[in-house]
Design a protein around this ligand. Structure first.
Ligand SMILES: Nc1ncnc2[nH]cnc12
Length: 473
């Protein structure tokens, strides 16, 4: 059995008397934090997730046909991320930022719109309905009951799996791990600019962290960006010259870093909820809901664990509100014209930087709003500069696996599957699913059926049914 004894992070020492209204609202000193620390954490999280401003429009514009689709989608992404992060910071008061999720956007574009030929407006309606379901389950407490039924060993494994997934995202975005037709994955060309920049950033950031420099991750990102800009290596989308034209922020013209926001008028309010309620779309709505549910459950539990916020039972304070904010963000994002907005695992980088309260998420929200003006500057941060943060945070999130009982195969195999399946299938939801199914199956068939919560059996059966159903489609 895994216990939380000796695992919980004790509250950091520090003053506990609120020193101002910001302090009182967010509980800064109670969490051993302060305004500069939270703002620094917010900037770090924003920088590690700012890629979504460009990647989400890239993915969605293949399915959403409106004039000037890329820029309109960029604005919709920025507003959805801003409102989602502000809501999380102000209502749930956790340092968790939100944005349109990877994976969910690809499912939206390639499977639902291009594959099933569902109009994009109807697909947005399906995202909205899945958000409503999510909020209802959260507020009614059903989601909480499900999370409570998940054993602690799997919760640690979920955090570690997300860490592995994050590291994989970083290694992949830097071109250190690449596609290989024979082996699926292989080592990239380490002398390519993106790869060597990321390796440089990784070493510099790790050394700064080893020397306990506060702000190590943020300095690592900024330093790597500076090297990229000074050396003008082709690490931006479209190569060096393409990047200089596409992102005027790189040309050195001070005014070039600003650009006027464009209101995404062709996207806002275009969702077709009535169309999505049709019976034929039930499985699409269910899939959006299911993936978001387990994605968010994994992400939020992992992040809460990382902030040291879980109580002695492994439960998260203010869970209903927190999850409701995730569902609400999905609803609002669909209204803006983007696929499911959800809590971001990249928030772990800001937490690693000391972010403990909602002020971190509020900072991220404000930066997303500013990025509607400053998006050319945000574009100056190459993926190679944020990759080291993802890899390092991934390493930090592995820490919990030491509390898993590796001598008990009924605990270790499900935990191991949870960890390994997330990066290998590019999905948090798949990792959680296979872990839960394996846990129930092994316990039930090895004479320990009663040690598992009945709720977990029901979930495992539903998850299994979903895989069978998917395979039959
Ligand atoms: N779907 C997702 N869930 C959590 N964090 C993410 N970061 C990028 N995509 C994500």
């Amino acid at each position: 059995m895994v216990t939380l004894k000796g695992v919980m992070t004790p509250p950091p020492p520090g003053p506990t008397v609120p020193r101002g209204s910001l302090d009182a609202f967010f509980g800064l000193s109670a969490h051993g934090s302060n305004v500069p620390q939270e703002v620094r954490a917010g900037i770090t999280t924003f920088l590690t997730m700012s890629y979504i401003l460009f990647v989400n429009p890239q993915v969605l514009s293949s399915a959403i046909n409106v004039p000037n689709a890329f820029v309109q989608l960029l604005m919709a992404t920025a507003v959805a991320a801003a409102i989602g992060s502000l809501a999380m910071g102000l209502v749930a008061k956790y340092p968790f930022a939100q944005a349109p999720g990877m994976g969910l956007n690809a499912f939206f574009a390639f499977t639902v719109v291009l594959g099933l030929e569902v109009p994009w407006q109807t697909a947005l309606g399906a995202v909205f309905i899945s958000g409503v379901l999510f909020v209802l389950l959260s507020v009614l407490g059903a989601r909480h009951a499900i999370v409570r039924a998940i054993p602690l060993s799997l919760k640690f494994a979920i955090t570690a799996g997300i860490g592995a997934f994050l590291a994989f995202l970083g290694l992949r975005s830097a071109g250190i791990v690449v596609n290989n037709d024979a082996t699926l994955l292989g080592l990239g060309n380490l002398t390519a600019p993106s790869a060597w920049l990321a390796v440089l950033g990784l070493i510099v950031t790790a050394v700064l962290m080893a020397r306990r420099v506060t702000g190590a991750i943020l300095y690592g990102i900024l330093l790597t960006t500076l090297v990229a800009v000074i050396t003008r290596v082709p690490v931006y989308v479209g190569g060096a010259e393409g990047a200089l034209q596409a992102f005027p922020g790189l040309t050195g013209r001070v005014l070039g870093i600003f650009d006027a926001p464009v209101w995404p008028a062709d996207l806002v309010g275009q969702l077709d909820i009535a169309g999505a309620l049709g019976l034929g779309l039930l499985s699409v709505v269910f899939t959006f809901f299911f993936v978001d549910f387990f994605d968010a459950t994994g992400t939020l539990t992992g992040l809460a664990q990382k902030t040291g916020a879980l109580d002695e039972n492994g439960d998260m304070p203010r869970a209903r509100r927190t999850f409701a904010m995730d569902g609400l963000a999905a609803m609002f994002g669909a209204f803006m014209g983007t696929s499911t907005t959800t809590a971001y695992i990249e928030s772990a980088s800001g937490i690693g930087e000391g972010g403990r309260t909602g002020l971190t998420a509020v900072t991220v929200g404000v930066l997303f709003l500013l990025s509607m003006f400053l998006w050319p500057l945000a574009a100056a941060i190459p993926a190679a500069a944020t990759a080291p943060a993802l890899i390092l945070v991934g390493a930090l999130m592995m820490e919990g696996v030491r509390h898993i009982d590796w001598d008990d195969i009924s605990v270790s195999l499900p935990a191991f599957l949870t960890v390994i399946v997330m990066p290998l299938t590019f999905s948090i939801a798949n990792g959680v699913s296979l872990g839960v199914i394996a846990y129930c199956a092994i316990r039930a068939l090895s004479g320990r059926a009663r040690e598992v919560s009945p709720i977990l059996y029901v979930i495992a059966a539903l998850l299994l049914a979903r895989y069978v159903f998917l395979a039959a489609e």
